[in-house]
Design a binder for this molecule. Sequence first.
Ligand code: CMP
Length: 409
Amino acid sequence: MQFAGQGAYGRSVPDTSSTLRARVHALLHFTDPTDAGRRWRVLHLVVLAIGIFAVITLSIDDLPADTRNVLRYIIWSVAVLFFLEYVVRLWVAPEAVRLAELSPAAARLRWAISLPGLVGLLATMPAVMWLAGYKIVGPDAASIFCALWILKLGLHAPALGTLAHVIENERAPIASVLILFFILLIVAATGAHLFERVRQPEAFGSLPNAMWWAVVTLTTTGYGDVVPLTTGGRMVGSVLMISGITVLAIMTGVLATGFAQEERRREYLRVWEQVARVPLFTSLGVVTLSEIVGKLRTRYYPSRITIVRRGDPGDSMFFISSGAVEVRLPTGGTVELGEGAFFGEMALLERQPRSATVATSRPTTLLVLYASDFYEIASHIPALAEAVENEAKRRRTENVDRTSGEPKR
Ligand code: CMP
């Protein structure tokens, strides 16, 4: 996507972020946070799932001819949709930030020869074959498309980008675990080779053969096709099995921690982007703000979703960074709160159940602050606590005025 005032060639052009091409790019690359973006993501997954299901089913041998034909048409149809998607992706390629400096033609060429471009092109092959008159998709060819389609999903899904970041950030511990894995593999294979080669020359006669047994044992797969028979071999096997569980547990821990840290970092950036829209935060200094940002969480809600229900216990308050909510007061009246406003503070301040039901009146992004974090922040930043308390007081008075009596709970 190009930035305002900075064109594809570095010269000044109008902001293109709102053009159709930019919107389609955001949609296709799953960066569009609106309802349309969500619908596209679901549609993309459904089409892909149908295509893969058809390919998998086609590989069953004794299917009736009619079913086979239906499956082939499904595969062609999915491939035709992927063909159209490929063409559109080619069209929107110049919107990619990393290709923004290139001319549109060069950006498209660069995308076409990139991994996602090549996989996207190959995924359209059943459609191309169909258009070229080859109407038969055999199970073997189809299963290759199945692999390509799932790869296509992986390349475009944000999860793979996250995995790449995790591997990049955790490369040192991952490398240590892999080195440990190979040390165990070689030592165990050598030990088993020495103990077992006389009794089982076929399975343990050479190091590569012994390594097959070591990999199967170390990864806790345990096919059971080869087992040590000597006491020495069994001792090596026992140590290897216990080490295998340990190595896999360390690797799981490294990756799980990496994913959690990556998600926290991304959430922090998402909150930074949103927080500027809440006036209550804009007057705070960077240090104070960064403390708050670390405690906020972004949540997206479609239209007409209830966020808090009157009478429920309150465990968090919310800041509206985009969209709007409707507060349904116990008196029967409603109040609309828009971008920058907050709600859910009264239950936290008064330590009482929710005083009203609040639901989104359009697609809304909220910043959530949990009660424990709210109390901590309120004690650190009196100005913020005071602003929230004053607004809560005003609302309470307003609610009392509306009912001309005690506030209803
Ligand atoms: P809480 O009681 O935690 O949950 C419902 C929320 O609705 C409440 O906090 C306030 O944030 C909000 N609310 C209640 N009354 C009003 C009002 N008169 N105007 C705007 N918001 C209100």
